[in-house]
Design a protein around this ligand. Sequence first.
Ligand SMILES: *[C@@H]1O[C@H](CO)[C@@H](O)[C@H](O)[C@H]1NC(C)=O
Ligand SMILES: *[C@@H]1O[C@H](CO)[C@@H](O)[C@H](O)[C@H]1NC(C)=O
Ligand SMILES: [Zn+2]
Ligand SMILES: [Zn+2]
Length: 397
Amino acid sequence: MRVQWYAYLAFCLVVALLGWGAQATSDRDYYEVLGVKPSATQQQIKSAYRKLSIKYHPDKNPDDANATSKFSELAEAYGILSDEEARRKYDRFGKEGLNEHGRGSGGADPFDIFAQFFGGGGGGGGSFFGFEQQETQGPDLHIPLEVTLAELYMGHTVEYDVSKQVLCEHCHGSGAENPSDINTCTSCKGQGIKVVQQMLMPGFYQTMQSPCDVCSGTGKVIGTKCSRCHGNKVERTNEPLTVEITAGMPDRHRIAFERHADHSPEWDVPGSVVFHLRTRPHPRFTRDGNDLHLNYTISLLQALSGFETSFTHLDKTTRVDLKRPNAVTPPGFVQKIKGQGMPHFEEHSGVSADGAGDLYVHYTVEFPESVTSANRAILKTVLSATIKASNAIHDEL
Ligand SMILES: *[C@@H]1O[C@H](CO)[C@@H](O)[C@H](O)[C@H]1NC(C)=O
Ligand SMILES: *[C@@H]1O[C@H](CO)[C@@H](O)[C@H](O)[C@H]1NC(C)=O
Ligand SMILES: [Zn+2]
Ligand SMILES: [Zn+2]
């Protein structure tokens, strides 16, 4: 019993401290803004917002700047307290807790909240309180990049000039000659949306929104157009990118350069330039994952009497020994040479790893085109002993 009593006391102390911390950092308590108790029900919160938002609506108080900020404050408070999850976080951690959990209401438009509250359809995409608004990204630019098997075997660096669209260097995407040429659109008062008003109740209107046709939804009209881009806001340029091909990268591997694709004032950040590796077929080697396969032709004499030879690997310098001393090598015979395949590459970390795959040598035997009658006689003598019983059986069938 004692333990529980202490635990309860500690819990209360923590709650009190957190509460005090929140009070100390917030401008004004959301409950205070709406004039309700922290224990208020959703119905009481709604009712308070209805009453106060009408009272302080800027349409009703055109000459009072304080009303606009009060109206925004009300919308912010209502936005949080009407959302059970956000309210719980606010109760525990204060406004800081909301920001910390990515639930700040800074992006919410108080007029949207008002319109939504009074049965409006809301408008223009985005979620109710703007909580889910993320930075918008332009499309990715995909570029196939042909590489040789040798380049993948050794690693390689490719300099690639990417032609792309960037924001105009002079106007930074505004399209205006000077910042002073960027004027707020008078048609939509800079909202970027044409407001069609629909009466909700005498004196109050719901705003139905469509993009403003005067400013194309940007909220800005340009006086003197930018002399560099002639108001196009963007220009084309070439960007040299250095593509590092790490030894062992697989075919179709993607190498991305984030935020290096086309930029436009229509989105916050550019997408990625993504290079897709394509392996050009090699005349001698084929690849299967980390393993390599090589066709190797030997003479009939080598096939029958064994051999020791070597070949040059993909790097054009390493000599790899092929040895089958005193052994018979039939056509199609496959010899595995450990560790002479492709270097290991770690997909996750994007670096070369220790070790390599194996090399499989597929033997082809080159037969002589003809044999002289004298040699035929010798071969019969030499090879008759090697004719297997199974062939004799085969002859009888
Ligand atoms: C607006 O608020 C300021 C500071 O709170 C105050 O001094 C001023 O009188 C207010 N204006 C009106 C029109 O209420
Ligand atoms: C190796 O030989 C096989 C079978 O004859 C053939 O299908 C394959 O294309 C050859 N590989 C190369 C790289 O020439
Ligand atoms: Zn420009
Ligand atoms: Zn406009």
